[in-house]
Ligand binder design. Structure first.
Ligand code: SME
Length: 145
């Protein structure tokens, strides 16, 4: 597992790259950058709300993820409650939607762009992979979109 210090260092580098990038597709750039930076991540991507479904936007992943998905999963619950959801062990979340059976923990951060509801979703192949450091830096990264 990464130490808090190393995790922060990686995020700070990523934020510098995002700020200096001229790539107009921010969602694609961010999902690829973070996926490559964190080796235990097996999915990093964005879903957006379309009526009663969530549709996958840009992403990087080890396996082809599911889309569209229903609102009873981790992503949908984060959007419905407008709250960050950090699931330390995905087996404890009854509605969890399995896109990759190697996923052990998941972090979902909801946000809005031009009245469209999005969620940044990241999955790890380790239990308990995410903490307040991830919340803090991923929220900062979302501000750059
Ligand atoms: N596990 C999510 C589905 C999306 S994938 O993890 C890529 C959920 O329960 O909503």
């Amino acid at each position: 597992m990464l130490s808090s210090k190393n995790k922060e260092k990686i995020y700070i580098k990523c934020i510098e790259s995002i700020r200096s990038s001229s790539d107009s597709n921010k969602l694609k750039f961010i999902s690829e950058l973070l996926f490559e930076a964190f080796h235990s991540w097996i999915f990093c991507g964005f879903y957006f709300q379309d009526n009663n479904k969530l549709i996958l936007s840009e992403y990087s992943a080890e396996k082809i993820p599911c889309s569209p998905i229903e609102f009873d999963g981790v992503c949908g619950t984060a959007i419905l409650n407008n709250k960050i959801l950090n699931i330390e062990d995905i087996n404890t979340f009854p509605g969890h939607i399995v896109c990759d059976e190697n996923s052990k923990s998941e972090l979902c951060i909801p946000f809005e762009i031009s009245d469209i509801k999005y969620v940044l979703d990241v999955d790890s192949n380790n239990y308990n992979a995410f903490c307040k450091i991830d919340d803090k830096y991923l929220k900062e990264i979302i501000k750059e979109i």
